[in-house]
Design a protein around this ligand. Structure first.
Ligand code: NQM
Length: 363
């Protein structure tokens, strides 16, 4: 009466997801999405009947297959199961879930572990971008334990080093999708940018908030959320994302001056709930806006000298450092590589079950 599907569950960075081999899921996309929703717990906001964690950061899925592309080991499709709604969104990437893709590829035998460190080349199907992961391995196995710490995750673990190449225009087709470094919507100046993730930067002071509030406090501010959603809906088509009412992009990132020794401080709505930290590619897009002359971050962000630039993005539970390698001039910078640190851990593996009335297992 139930269909068993092989899966693994990883914490990837500061998110948690369910990972599948593409060959274990239906080929038909509509059926695949129904199956994924059933795995996570359907449209129920508590996801009580599935593996989802009832929060956008724990309602994530990675689908992986061996790659046919030159120099690439695996293709990775990210799927966001929208909490409380019967739908998924595959528009954006997720850099946190990506940190678990290397370990998943090694655990599933798609990539052979080397002595010391294994490099996994990943093609991001959502956007057509590339990322190289360095995963610590020893005696044919992944070394999950280690001393690397990332904010938003308790304890320490072995590092997963992520190097993203040429992310500009990942979902919107251009780094500055509206064609402008500044736009004005509802009387508010914003910078729309896509360097791996479509993000709208807004100055916290323009909304009568400090930008240092807790995510719980911002989540309780319904007036603020309404203003934000009005701006987001108007910007969707301007950012080449079309109608975004049902999409999880663009993310909306309030910025304020850093106050813990970093370079910029953020509070990011993803897009209806305030992130307890910040998304990986969300942070890359914010950091990129900081180095672009004329953005809303000018005068707020402190930009370190030199190249690459290590930009520390403060967030509600600490900070996220993004190492940007920049080409071009300071008037017209081009970020060609973004390096960052994550950790990941295998939490469970086995079979997850869904009612066979949804899928009987035939591909
Ligand atoms: O921006 C949350 C997360 C993310 C996405 C979100 C992410 C990224 O923290 O690459 O990692 O913005 O929905 O996992």
């Amino acid at each position: 009466m139930q269909t068993a599907i092989p899966y693994m569950q990883f914490r990837g960075g500061s998110s948690k997801g369910v990972y599948f081999l593409a060959s274990d899921l239906p080929e038909d996309e509509a059926l695949r999405n129904k199956v994924l929703l059933a795995v996570m717990g359907g449209g129920d906001a508590r996801q009580i009947d599935g593996l989802g964690g009832a929060h956008p950061l724990t309602s994530k899925i990675g689908i992986i297959c061996p790659s046919q592309r030159e120099g690439i080991d695996v293709d990775y499709l990210f799927v966001q199961a929208v909490v409380g709604e019967d739908r998924v969104d595959t528009t954006p990437n997720c850099g946190n879930i990506l940190a678990g893709v290397g370990p998943f590829a090694i655990e599933s035998g798609l990539v052979k572990a080397r002595e010391g460190e294994t490099r996994v080349q990943i093609y991001m199907v959502n956007s057509g971008n590339r990322c190289e992961l360095q995963v610590m391995t020893s005696q044919g196995e992944i070394s999950y334990q280690g001393n690397a710490r990332i904010d938003g995750v308790p304890g320490s673990a072995s590092p997963v080093i992520c190097n993203y190449m040429n992310l500009a225009g990942s979902a919107c087709g251009a780094l500055l999708p509206t064609g402008n470094i500044l736009d004005i919507v509802d009387g508010i100046s914003v910078t729309c940018i896509d360097n791996g993730m479509p993000v709208v930067l807004l100055r916290a002071e323009d909304f009568d908030i400090t930008g240092y509030e807790s995510s719980d406090e911002l989540n309780a501010n319904t007036v603020l959320k309404e203003k934000l959603e009005s701006i987001r809906i108007q910007l969707g088509p301007m950012m080449n994302l079309g109608e975004v009412t049902d999409k999880v992009v663009p993310k909306m990132s309030f910025i304020a001056a850093a106050k813990e020794g970093g370079h910029i401080c953020t509070r990011t709505f993803i897009p209806h709930v305030c992130h307890t930290a910040v998304g990986v590619l969300g942070a890359v897009s914010v950091a990129t806006a900081c180095v672009m002359p004329g953005s809303v971050a000018e005068g707020i962000a402190v930009i370190p000298e030199g190249n690459p630039k290590n930009i520390s993005v403060e967030h509600p539970s600490g900070e996220f450092s993004v190492n940007l390698e920049i080409a071009g001039s300071s008037e017209s910078p081009e970020v060609i590589k973004a390096g960052l640190l994550r950790t990941a851990r295998l939490i469970s593996k086995g079979e997850t079950y869904i009612p066979s009335s949804i899928w009987n297992g035939n591909k």
